[in-house]
Ligand binder design. Structure first.
Ligand code: PMT
Length: 396
């Protein structure tokens, strides 16, 4: 949970910042909203207050709670964001002006600052705006570049407000420890699907959430991340190199192709253990009352990795168990020659497959056993990375 000063200035994209505030609330961030006079003409302070239950400040000279607002707010936040950042506000901040609550607070704030410029393309491309934004970057501001496309006024070009997920990713990256910088992390996620015929297949309940959260966490912490994913309904996290596969064989090929590049491999995918011995080329007709499906064993990707891995690589498996969690997980760790295995009990519907939550026990090669209680998969992902980090150093 971060303490965020969210400064809204007067651009048409102000309405999109309402969703940003709402997403921050869902994540549990503590937010104070500051609005300029022009921002209020686009969106009412009441709307911001209603979506997040956050305090909204508009008047720099409001002393009703006995404090000087801009000095008080500027010493409270972990991070300050100006979204949308208009050309006018960018110009004022770049030139040290302090004529409203946003610019006064910004000038007094000493922590990390993010600007999200969004405006008409000709205003954005004006050399004066470009110079102001470059001045902000040089003085330490993190500028989230606007996107190209249709603009609110009907023109096309660069200046569009970016996706709010991108802004949240930027916040987490700026506030993150950057402790995986320079490391190449290969993550697998989601199910595989094994075709029976052109319209039917065998799969499992993996949603990909656990693996995607690990990929996202590693990226936020500075790693180069490749994500090999089975079919899921999730967006690839910002900055992550995603590759989609269907079958276990395709996942094996994609993983082995990137293995030598990787410093760390984390296999969170639920790879099908068996596949139909032959995928039919035509749709299976409904005639017989009973049919038998002949299945053969799929290749075990982690076992393939263990044959060719280097000693300096750190290989992490997952164990999805419904019984004898400890015994089965330890056995998998040894037989697949892993450095660590993350075990989850998948017999509970409120953790593991499909859930936003997980509860895991981590078994390490040095016999260390660490339990992470039920928590959001994003939290569990960061904890797994913390443990990988400490054990990589220990085993190196
Ligand atoms: O995707 P979610 O809905 O978020 O759910 C997360 C999860 C429950 C899928 C995840 O936390 C998890 O447990 N992933 C591993 C699932 C699994 O296949 O477990 P397993 O015990 O059958 O396999 C052990 C390990 O071998 C796994 O790392 C697996 O990726 C790997 N494996 C399995 C089969 C195979 N042919 N090749 C493999 O490499």
């Amino acid at each position: 949970m971060s303490k965020i000063l969210l400064c809204v200035t007067g651009g048409v994209a102000a309405y999109k910042v309402v969703e940003l505030a709402s997403l921050m609330r869902k994540r549990g961030d503590d937010v104070r909203i500051l609005m300029t006079e022009s921002a209020i003409r686009f969106v009412s302070p009441l709307t911001f207050s209603a979506v997040g239950n956050f305090p909204v400040y508009t008047d720099a000279f409001d002393v009703s709670n006995g404090t000087i607002l801009h000095t008080n707010l500027s010493s409270w936040g972990d991070i300050l964001i100006v979204a949308p950042m208009t050309a006018n506000t960018a110009a004022k901040i770049a030139n040290g002006m302090a004529d409203n609550l946003v610019t006064m607070t910004t000038l007094a704030f000493t922590g990390p600052k993010i600007g999200v410029p969004s405006m008409n393309v000709r205003m954005y491309e004006n050399p004066i705006t470009a110079e102001n934004l470059s001045k902000l970057s040089k003085s330490g501001w993190h500028i989230v570049e606007p996107e190209s496309g249709h603009l609110a006024d009907g023109e096309r070009g660069r200046g569009r407000y970016p996706d709010n997920e991108k802004i949240l990713f930027e916040i987490d990256t700026v506030l993150g420890p950057n402790d995986f910088k320079g490391l190449n992390v290969l993550v697998s996620a989601g199910p595989t699907i094994e075709p029976i015929d052109p319209v039917r297949y065998i799969t499992n309940r993996s949603s990909g959430k656990m693996g995607y959260e690990i990929a996202r966490a590693a990226k936020i912490r500075g790693a180069n991340v490749a994500l090999i994913s089975g079919p899921v309904n999730l967006p690839v996290p910002y900055g992550v190199d995603g590759e989609f596969v269907q079958t276990a064989d395709e996942m094996k090929n994609a993983i082995l192709r990137r293995l030598s590049w990787s410093n760390i491999v984390i296999m969170a995918a639920a790879v099908a253990d068996y596949k139909p011995s032959k995928a039919l080329s035509q749709k299976l007709k409904k005639h017989a009352n009973e049919i038998n499906l002949h299945m053969v064993k799929n290749v075990d990707i982690l076992e393939e990795i263990s044959k060719i891995r280097r000693d300096d690589q750190f290989i992490v498996g997952f164990a999805a168990e419904t019984e004898n969690l400890m015994e089965n997980s330890r056995h998998k760790m040894k037989s697949k020659k892993l450095d660590m295995i993350v075990a989850n009990d998948v017999s509970h519907s409120d953790i593991g497959f499909g859930s936003d939550y997980n509860e895991v026990t981590i078994f390490c090669k040095d016999d260390n056993v660490i339990r992470i209680g039920r928590n959001k998969k994003s939290y569990v992902a960061h904890n797994i990375l913390d443990i990988i980090k400490s054990h990589r150093v220990k085993l190196a």
